[in-house]
Design a protein around this ligand. Structure first.
Ligand code: FBP
Length: 254
């Protein structure tokens, strides 16, 4: 569908993706923020001036701040969310926004988290299925944050469980799947293989030493992934524009 292609071309530059994520306020709480980055303007500025191919946020932030940044960075609207106060055993992310709101806010993609293997998986599959069908009607691409998580998942970091989650995203119709890195190029290429054409991007994860983060980025790209959805490693950095440039060099090539 033409709308989907047009929107995807804004999220994907030269076939690569570099999203800045700031949904941690719901997912982890304000504990992730400091004096500077607690202000959404600060992080929006990094997204816009840093040339990110998208900014992944919840609707409350989008309604209050997006008008200042429209045309400067594409919007990826997260349509579900959860806090980490709830038990991990039957982890569930609830729909919190509608596809129509994403359209109204001028989003170029929707983001949706699915906890593969959770006892609540069936509900999340159903809700995503309905939401994604509606997104398709608007020509809106979808990016699935696919996490193996919940009491039936033996090891949420194993290559097997992350490959399974990536495959689930393909089968559910996601255009892009965001997974946690498996720790080596060799193992991550198995994840990319499992996803078969559903473009794989890696999470940034908790803040690393900056050289170590760039090494990780090189391994991710060498595995055939198309980029990142990164948050804390950028906006928790003392020099966010510098780490952004280094990451850009890895993702898009110098
Ligand atoms: P980070 O780069 O900060 O890890 O952000 C990526 C992300 O997917 C966020 O979009 C999301 O809030 C968070 O990670 C989820 O983390 P967790 O695995 O702790 O639930």
């Amino acid at each position: 569908m033409i709308g989907e292609k047009v929107r995807l071309s804004r999220i994907m530059r030269k076939g690569k993706v570099m999203l800045l994520a700031m949904d941690q306020g719901i997912e982890h709480g304000p504990v992730d923020f400091n004096e500077k980055n607690i202000d959404p303007h600060y992080v929006f500025d990094i997204a816009a001036k840093g040339g990110f191919t998208g900014f992944a946020i919840h609707k409350g932030i989008a309604y209050k701040y997006m008008e200042n940044y429209a045309g400067k960075v594409p919007l990826v609207l997260k349509l579900n969310g959860r806090t980490n106060i709830n038990p991990k055993e039957d982890v569930y992310s609830s729909p919190v926004a509608a596809v129509k709101e994403a359209v109204r806010l001028g989003a170029d993609a929707i983001g949706y988290t699915i906890y593969v293997g959770s006892p609540m998986e069936a509900k999340m599959f159903h809700e995503f299925g309905m939401i994604q069908a509606e997104a398709k009607e608007y020509g809106m691409p979808s990016i699935v944050w696919a996490y193996p998580r919940g009491k039936y998942v033996k090891n949420e970091k194993s290559v097997e469980s992350i490959s399974y989650a990536a495959r689930v995203a393909l089968e559910l119709g996601a255009d892009i799947v965001k997974v946690n890195y498996t720790g080596s190029t060799e193992s991550f290429s198995q994840v990319v293989k499992a996803a078969q054409g559903c473009h794989v991007i890696s999470a940034g994860g908790s803040k690393l030493d900056e050289d170590a983060f760039i090494e990780k980025a090189k391994e991710v790209m060498a595995a055939g992934a198309v980029g990142f959805a990164v948050g804390r490693n950028v906006w928790q950095s003392e020099k966010p524009m510098e780490i952004t440039q280094r990451l850009k060099d890895v993702v898009f090539g110098k």
